[in-house]
Design a protein around this ligand. Structure first.
Ligand SMILES: Nc1ncnc2c1ncn2[C@@H]1O[C@H](COP(=O)(O)OP(=O)(O)OP(=O)(O)O)[C@@H](O)[C@H]1O
Ligand SMILES: [Mg+2]
Length: 356
């Protein structure tokens, strides 16, 4: 995480903070590294200022590839932590002072059944444990007379577990009156399937917010005002190249600050991009390319798009082949459809890398 640059997102931050406090639920959707987690964390910090609120932050990526029980376990841990109990359920339940503590201080929350289920839960019990875990925030809110905001990051991951998991989440969360939810996910198509499609389990659950790049004018004024020694021409060049992509923008800004010479003229800037930024990000770029290559023609299509040309015109492929390749790339989050037949690459550094 960067040293606290947080550019723009003022409207989103305000809407999310106020909305969640007024009882609305939200879904944040954007490609990788667009600043979903950063924005959500900022929102939670704001809400936490109000002593009537408890916040719970659960990152589902952490449990990906795990079991239903492991998700439940993660949720229980986070709920216990929100109550001020430090430690993990896996270790805690064995400790005598933990059960005394529960009886003394948390009797009202009736945590014993959850702990019992955790101890001997397996098979069908896993699902009951998940339901109990999902129920905890509402229980906490009611018994403690607080409002609770829960943030589920990387929510698309639960779809990989099973359809049943998504349905269980929905069936429990929809009854909650004292808890409001914020979800975030990076696979736009998957998130749309869950939250936007009429047949999706979370249809109409909350308001969808599609996070875009940072606006160029905001990035420009932030940098120009905060770091007047940076050459404005270099800022323009950087905006052109990186298009306000939050991750790269904040990374480059850090490099500008620690190495002022790269921000003095445009040539040094490009030299820096090629010799520092690209090598530093190479593993991530190569990983993306590897995934793109899983589909025939997809890398060719990406190369053509990186040159701002049309794959329909430039490639010796049937229209249908180009169309379905574009769809696959879109579903993977590598490109975004701007208008009919017009696609842009979501990762500006990958675009530069392919073009260069
Ligand atoms: N508003 C912002 N201003 C400046 N930098 C930002 C902003 N938002 C995000 N960043 C930078 O971009 C990086 C990536 O942001 P973040 O991890 O929130 O993205 P994400 O959308 O959650 O990505 P992923 O899908 O990979 O989880 C952060 O570490 C931070 O440095
Ligand atoms: Mg994130």
């Amino acid at each position: 995480m960067s040293k606290g640059h947080f550019i723009n997102r003022k409207d989103e931050l305000k809407n999310l903070t106020h909305g969640l406090k007024r009882g609305k639920d939200y879904i944040l959707i954007a490609p990788r590294r667009f600043g979903k987690t950063a924005l959500a964390k900022k929102t939670l910090e704001e809400i936490k200022q109000d002593p009537n609120y408890l916040i719970i932050h659960i990152d589902l990526m952490f449990y990906s590839g795990g079991s239903i029980k492991s998700i439940a376990e993660g949720i229980i841990n986070k709920c216990l932590n929100a109550l001020g109990i430090s430690g993990k359920i896996r270790q805690l339940w064995r400790q005598v002072d933990f059960s005394i503590n529960l009886k003394l201080n948390y009797k009202d929350l009736e945590l014993e059944p959850v702990i019992q289920l955790f101890k001997d839960g397996s098979g069908e019990d896993e699902w009951r444990l998940l339901e109990e875990a999902l129920e905890l925030p509402e229980k906490i809110a009611k018994k403690r007379n607080k409002k609770v905001v829960v943030f589920y990051d990387e929510f698309g991951e639960i779809d990989y577990f099973s359809e049943r998991a998504v349905k269980v989440f929905r069936s429990v969360l929809q009854h909650h009156e004292e808890v409001n939810y914020l979800f975030a996910g990076s696979q736009e198509t998957l998130m749309n399937k869950i939250f936007l499609d009429k047949s999706g389990a979370f249809y109409r659950f909350g308001e969808l917010i599609y996070l875009k790049e940072l606006t160029k004018s905001d990035v420009f004024s932030y940098i120009a005002e905060t770091y007047p020694s940076i050459n404005p021409e270099v800022i323009y060049e950087m905006l052109d190249l990186l298009n306000g992509h939050p991750y790269y923008t904040s990374l480059v800004l850090e490099h500008f600050i620690s190495n002022p010479e790269i921000s003095q003229d445009v040539n040094s800037f490009y030299q820096y991009i090629r010799t520092v930024l690209i090598p530093q990000e190479e593993a991530y770029l190569e990983l993306q390319i590897l995934k793109i290559k899983e589909r025939v023609n997809a890398l060719d299509v990406m190369r053509i798009l990186s040159l701002k040309l049309s794959p329909y015109k430039e490639l010796q492929l049937k229209e249908q082949q180009v169309y379905s390749t574009l769809r696959v790339l879109e579903v993977g989050g590598y490109i975004r459809k701007e208008s009919r037949g017009i696609y842009t690459i979501t990762d500006p550094l990958l675009e530069f890398f392919l073009r260069d």
